[in-house]
Design a protein around this ligand. Structure first.
Ligand code: C2E
Ligand code: MG
Ligand code: MG
Ligand code: MG
Length: 288
C-alpha cells in the first residue's frame, strides 16, 4: 500500500511496517477508552529492608487488563500513553488508587509510585498528589515517588524546585533504574533523592561479572556517603541477594521475595514472606 506524504509525493511502506502502524493505532484507540472502562489495576511488589529483616513497603506496578489482548505490560502502553497525552490522567488514577489502597495497610508500610517524565513536568502534579493524600488520609512520608534519570535532563532548575517542593510536603523521592540512563554522578549531588534503585541489569550480572559487581559497590558507597538508601532491583537468586548484602545494599526487591501481586494478595504475601524467611534459604541468606 502507499500513501501521499505531506509534500505530495507517494511514499511506499513495507507491509510489516504498515501492520505495525495499524496495530499501534488499534492499541491507541483502546488505550483512550481503558480508563473509563476501568481496565487498569495496580499490582504490588514487596520491597525488603535487609537490616530490619522485614518488608518496608510495596511498589505499585500498573497493569492493563485488556478484554481481548489479556494483560498488556506497562512497557507496551506507558510510552504510548505519554505520546498521546494520556499519561497525566493515567498517572493521576495511579496516584489516587495507590494512596487509597496503601491507607488500609499497616502504618509502617510505604507505597512507591512510578512517575513518568511527562507526568513529573506537568504543572498539576503537586495538586494531584495533595488531592490523593487528602482523600486517602495517607501520611505523606508513606508515599515515595520513583522517577528515572530522564526526568533530570531538561530544565534542571525547575526539576530541582519541584523535587524540593515535594520533599517539603514530606514525600520521599527515589531515583529508579539507576545506571541505565544518561547518568552523570553530579546529578546525585544536585538533586535531593532519598533513595537510589540500582537497575536490575547490574544486579543480574553482579554474581558473574566483575565490572557489574564493582558498579554495584560504587553505587552503594556513593549512596552511603550521600545519605541515600540503596535498593537492589530484580533480585532473583539467593546468590544475588548475598552479593547485594555484601556490597552493603539497604534494601532488595525481586522475584526471590515475590512477584508483583494483586492488592487482594498483599496480606498473604506479607505472611508467607514472614514465615518463609524463618525456614528457607532466604532466611539463612538474610541472617548471614
Ligand atoms: P520499574 O519501575 O523499574 O519496575 C520494576 C520492573 O521490574 C517491574 O516490571 C517488575 O515486575 C520487574 N521485576 C521486579 N522484580 C524482578 C525480577 O526479579 N526479575 C525480573 N526480570 N523483573 C523483575 P513491570 O511491572 O513490567 O514494569 C515495567 C516498568 O513500567 C517499570 O519499571 C516502570 O518504569 C513502568 N511502570 C510500571 N507501573 C507504572 C506506573 O504506574 N506509572 C509509570 N509512569 N510507569 C510505570
Ligand atoms: Mg519503579
Ligand atoms: Mg526500576
Ligand atoms: Mg524499569
Amino acid at each position: 500500500r502507499s500513501k501521499m506524504d505531506g509534500r505530495g509525493k507517494w511514499r511506499f511502506f513495507e507491509p510489516a511496517m504498515d501492520a505495525n502502524v495499524q496495530s499501534r493505532r488499534a492499541l491507541e484507540v483502546d488505550l483512550r477508552e481503558a480508563l473509563e472502562k476501568d481496565e487498569f489495576a495496580l499490582f504490588y511488589q514487596p520491597i525488603y529492608d535487609l537490616r530490619k529483616d522485614r518488608i518496608s513497603g510495596f511498589e505499585a506496578l500498573l497493569r492493563w487488563q485488556h478484554p481481548k489482548r489479556g494483560m498488556v505490560p506497562p512497557d507496551q502502553f506507558i510510552p504510548l500513553a505519554e505520546e498521546i497525552g494520556l499519561i497525566t490522567a493515567l498517572g493521576e488514577w495511579v496516584l489516587n488508587r495507590a494512596c487509597e489502597q496503601a491507607s488500609s495497610w499497616p502504618n509502617e508500610l510505604k507505597v512507591a509510585v512510578n512517575v513518568s517524565p511527562t507526568q513529573f513536568r506537568d504543572a498539576s502534579l503537586a495538586n494531584v498528589i495533595a488531592n490523593a493524600l487528602d482523600r486517602s488520609a495517607l501520611a505523606p512520608h508513606r508515599l515515595e515517588l520513583e522517577i528515572t534519570e530522564s526526568v533530570l535532563l531538561g530544565n534542571s532548575t525547575e526539576t530541582i524546585a519541584t523535587l524540593h517542593e515535594l520533599k517539603a510536603r514530606g514525600l520521599r523521592i527515589a531515583l529508579d533504574d539507576f545506571g541505565t540512563g544518561y547518568s552523570s554522578l553530579s546529578y546525585l549531588r544536585s538533586f535531593p533523592f532519598d533513595k537510589i534503585k540500582i537497575d536490575q541489569s547490574f544486579v543480574r550480572d553482579a554474581t558473574a561479572t566483575k565490572g557489574s559487581k564493582l558498579i554495584v559497590r560504587a553505587i552503594t558507597s556513593l549512596g552511603r556517603s550521600l545519605g541515600m538508601t540503596t535498593t537492589a532491583e530484580g533480585v532473583e537468586t539467593v546468590e544475588q541477594l548475598n552479593q547485594m548484602k555484601a556490597e552493603g545494599c539497604n534494601e532488595a526487591q525481586g522475584f526471590l521475595f515475590s512477584r508483583p501481586v494483586p492488592a487482594t494478595e498483599l496480606a498473604i504475601t506479607i505472611l508467607s514472606l514472614r514465615n518463609g524467611l524463618k525456614r528457607s534459604d532466604l532466611s539463612r541468606a538474610i541472617a548471614s
